[in-house]
Ligand binder design. Structure first.
Ligand code: AOS
Ligand code: ZN
Ligand code: ZN
Ligand code: ZN
Length: 426
């Protein structure tokens, strides 16, 4: 299944989408404030989000998993799937690999497949939350924070191995997410566990190439239900500081207790120059990994508002590694990812629309009502014409989901790969 630029531009032309008039309307409206729609269109066109190698198959829960059909069986096929997403949207130009689920057998061949789809290798993900066949030490009671030295060392070695693979592929960062914690009070000594984790992370950091970054992800609970060693942004931030200047915190939207003010966390971390990576998803209760923007689009907008502010005002913070970290039990994984990409770009465009100058003035005057009006004015603007313009500009489909369905992509994949498939991974 190859979606060529020609096929896409033909589809775009024949479709007669009327977004140009809608965009003009938006341009006129914005002429009154200090915001340029052309500038927003360019920024949206440039925005790239990495797709994780484990998001291309049906996810499932601990209760069951239902094959979607046509799922990729190899890393090459996963890259082909991301190639489809990227051809349709021109905004999914990177993959985030998971080791050992996706160990490339032939690095050169994998790089060629990725290059053929114009896909870069974003952050590498290590896995110390599952024992692999033939493992020499167990992660049952933790990895980097395990009370047992053999397990800690084994986990450190694994991370160094992931860096080595990433180096060969051209990646520049490592994401560490730890499942380490305890299910019951008294099971572990909090201080010892934290100390062990810090020491282990430092050992990995010492093996990090000069031009690499390390991202430390936090999560309040699951799979451990009493305590998690890296439970919140503060713990991650503290560990990143202990490691050094190329270690950063990674925010995953699903990794907060209900009603946590994530946008404030984003602002704090960017102010301190310590926000390195970002995992998009949405949730109702916990780490639900639902489609981005499916549950709390306004919260997503407020988060993007801080991200945009940080990108414009915090040169101390590096460029962020963006990734979709979602999972699908009932949807076509590729359609789900298209919806997530759409939601991300909508929130980004809306945040770029915020009249920052007026907001500053209203804040100065403590005009609380005006402040809210300014934010909600941006949020309530239909920015989909901006996305369409950005896509047409970059050679993507104006309506990616519609094109995906019209081209019968899933049927073609099922024909090619079979109906009872399972992607490697979770
Ligand atoms: C786990 O909850 C984290 O979100 C990870 O970022 C990721 O989903 C996991 O490593 C799966 O590989
Ligand atoms: Zn994550
Ligand atoms: Zn997660
Ligand atoms: Zn999640």
């Amino acid at each position: 299944m190859k979606i060529t630029p020609d096929k896409i531009s033909d589809f775009n032309k024949n479709q007669g989408d009327s977004y140009v008039a809608e965009l003009d309307f938006l341009k006129n409206r914005c002429a009154k404030q200090d915001v340029s729609i052309d500038d927003i269109v360019s920024k949206v066109a440039d925005f790239q989000v990495a797709v994780p190698s484990w998001a291309l198959g049906a996810g499932g829960t601990r209760f069951g998993r239902f094959s979607y059909g046509g799922e990729p069986a190899s890393l090459e096929q996963k890259l082909d799937d991301i190639g489809i997403l990227h051809a349709l949207t021109r905004s999914a130009g990177a993959v985030s690999l998971h080791i050992p689920w996706d160990i490339p057998k032939d690095i050169k061949a994998i790089k060629e497949v990725a290059a053929s789809h114009e896909i870069a290798f974003d952050a590498m993900n290590s896995n110390t939350f599952q024992n692999q066949d033939g493992a020499e030490a167990s992660y049952k009671f933790g990895s980097l924070g395990n009370i047992r030295k053999d397990s800690r060392n084994y986990a450190i070695q694994h991370n160094l191995e992931v860096i080595k693979i990433g180096k060969e592929l051209g990646s520049k960062s490592l994401t560490v997410w730890l499942a380490d914690g305890a299910n019951f009070p008294g099971q572990a000594n909090f201080q010892t566990a934290l100390q062990n984790t810090e020491n282990s992370l430092k050992s990995i950091y010492n093996g990090l190439p000069e031009d690499w970054k390390m991202f430390i992800e936090y999560k309040p609970y699951e799979p451990n239900f009493y305590s998690t060693i890296i439970q919140d942004w503060g713990t991650s931030f503290m560990l990143a500081n202990a490691c050094g200047e190329r270690a950063y915190t990674l925010v995953d939207l699903g990794h907060h207790l209900p009603n946590t003010n994530i946008e404030q966390i984003v602002a704090t971390l960017m102010f301190k120059g310590k926000l390195g990576g970002f995992h998009f998803n949405d949730s109702k209760y916990g780490d639900d990994d639902l489609t981005v923007g499916a549950i709390k689009p306004y919260a997503l907008f407020l988060i993007f508002n801080e991200l945009v502010y940080g990108m414009q005002n915090n040169p101390q913070n590096p460029n962020l590694a963006w990734m979709i970290d979602a999972s699908h039990n009932t949807k076509d994984p590729l359609e789900d990812l298209l919806q997530s990409l759409e939601a991300i770009l909508i929130a980004y465009a809306q945040a770029l629309l915020v009249d920052q100058e007026s907001l500053k003035v209203a804040q100065q005057e403590n005009d609380v009502v005006k402040c809210q009006e300014i934010l909600q004015d941006a949020y309530r603007t239909d920015v989909r014409p901006v996305l369409k313009a950005a896509r047409e500009k970059s050679g993507a489909a104006i309506n990616p989901l519609q094109v995906y369905r019209s081209f019968g992509v899933r049927d073609a994949l099922i024909k090619e790969r079979g109906s009872q498939t399972k992607a490697t991974g979770l």
